[in-house]
Structures are given as structure tokens and as C-alpha cells.
Design a protein around this ligand. Sequence first.
Ligand code: AMP
Length: 309
Amino acid sequence: MANKEPLIITDKHQMRQWSRSNRAKCKTIGLVPTMGYLHEGHLSLIQESQKHTQLTVVSIYVNPGQFSPNEDLSTYPSDFLGDIQKLKNVGGVDVVFHPQNLYDYGQNDGFKNSEREDGKMVSCVENSGMGHETWVRVERLEKGLCGKSRPVFFRGVATIVAKLFNIVEPDVAVFGKKDYQQWRIIQRMVRDLDFGIKVIGADLVRDDDGLAKSSRNVRLSAQERRRALSISKSLFDAKFAAEKGQVDCKELRDSVVQAILEAGGKVDYAEIVDQESLDALKEIKSPAVFCVAAWFGNVRLIDNMEINV
Ligand code: AMP
């Protein structure tokens, strides 16, 4: 029997109504937030959600609030019909929430996407003229790693996730550990702001050759993709070395940086941090995670490896 097509909801009020009517029937709801261009990493989150709840909502929304004007919002890949087909194939998705613009409060039309005249780093939403001015900041956790080179990123992520939580009102939300810092930030936001939602972290899914699956991989040339394997390969080597007793973080870090540079990549950061606090470590004595961001061509890739010695 063919899988049932998910219901597509684009209006936030209709989304909330759907959730409330199902909660009134004592149904539990899982939310999987995505930016679309779905791959097996996303589908694994859906399967995780299905283990915990009766109904699953997948949101597909490329959030302008987490991009600064010089980032790749306009080239972010999308294939909505392909996504729906994939969700139909995997089955068990009840709703796809696909809003057009969650920052449009009906006061303005146009969406300006240009840099402010004073050159200050702001997000695409601040430039839109639509009057959105409330942001959620998870102050300490958002500072390091990706937060250093993407100063508005986590503010945008935490804010859109809070908005989605308020619209969908799920019992459970599933995030991938592929975006390790993001997962920890959402966990902290949920704790600090008392959202009644259980946050689940799902394991990172890789291609067979080791590359972490990402919607952005499609923008790599064949050569860049081959070279980008240096990230996962060097991370696996570092994990292996740490398990064999090499626990000095500088040495482990140097070997990963060198491998990526030799492959022609540009390292944004390579840091070994505590799994919970995300504080940088000198030596691996407790559960750690080795987080990397690197550029291959015009594509910024992130990857990480949990190390439990
Ligand atoms: P994105 O569409 O890239 O914003 O990702 C939506 C969700 O899917 C986030 O929670 C990501 O961490 C998760 N995700 C993306 N890629 C992977 C992957 N390779 N493995 C596991 N989760 C992933």
C-alpha cells in the first residue's frame, strides 16, 4: 500500500489549530525542523521522532534570520516537490509545515536583502524592514565555534526554533548532532525558558565514504567533494589516536588542520570541546567532541566527532 501524503500547511494559525485539535485528542506530536533539500540525515530524525510520538510534523523553512547578508541564503538549495516525494516514500509524516515568511507580520511587503549602510553585521531579517526585533540569545554557548565566524547565526536559529515551538506546540523536537552546537543551544534554551518540550539529539549520518550528509554538499564540485573527505577522515584518525592514548588536544587539532590544508581546504575552526559546556579542552579526560568547520571552494562544511575515552 502506498504511503499517505503528508498534509501541507503553510499558514501558522492553521498549523497551531491542527496541533491543538490533535493534542485535545491526547495525541503526542514530534517536530523535526529543517531547511529542506532533504537527505538521509533528515530522514533519520523523522524516524527518531516517530519512536517517541504518535504524530510527526516536519517543518521546511529556510530561515532568513540565521543568515547574514553576505551568506548563502539566496543560493541555499531547495526542491520542495522532491522533498514531499521523499517524505511520502519514508512514510509516517503527518504534516509538512512550509510557511512562506515567518517574519512577515503583515505591516510591510518587500523583503530587502542588502547590507545596511553602516556595514554593521546584521541578519537578512533586520534588513527586511518588517519590524521584527525580538531575538533569543543563548549567550555563552553561542559564542564559540560557529558563532565566531557567524555572529548572527545562533541568535537566528534559537529565535526561529522558539517561534516554531510556539506555533507547532510539539511534545518532542528532534535535532541532528551534525549541528552539535545548535543541538546544545536548543537544549539550553528549552531548559532556560521552560518550554515543555523534550529535545532529542540524533546521531550524525554520513555518506558511505564518510562525508557528513548536508544539503550544501550538492554545491561541491566532484573534486571539492573528494578533497572534503579530508575532514571526516582526519576526524576518524583523531578519534582513533585519542582512543589509543593521544589525548593532547593541540596535537590532535594540528593533525586535523594539516590534513584539511593539504587537501586544499580552508579551516574556519577545529576545536576539541567538552560535550556539554562546549568549553575548549587542553586534554581529553572527559567526554569531548572534536568540531570542525572548513571551506572547500565556496562551500562551508561542518563536521564533528564525539570522543569518549
Ligand atoms: P538543516 O536542514 O540543515 O537545517 O538541518 C535540519 C536538521 O537536520 C538539523 O537538526 C540538523 O542537525 C539535521 N541534520 C542535517 N544533516 C544531518 C546529518 N548528516 N545527520 C544527522 N542530522 C542531520
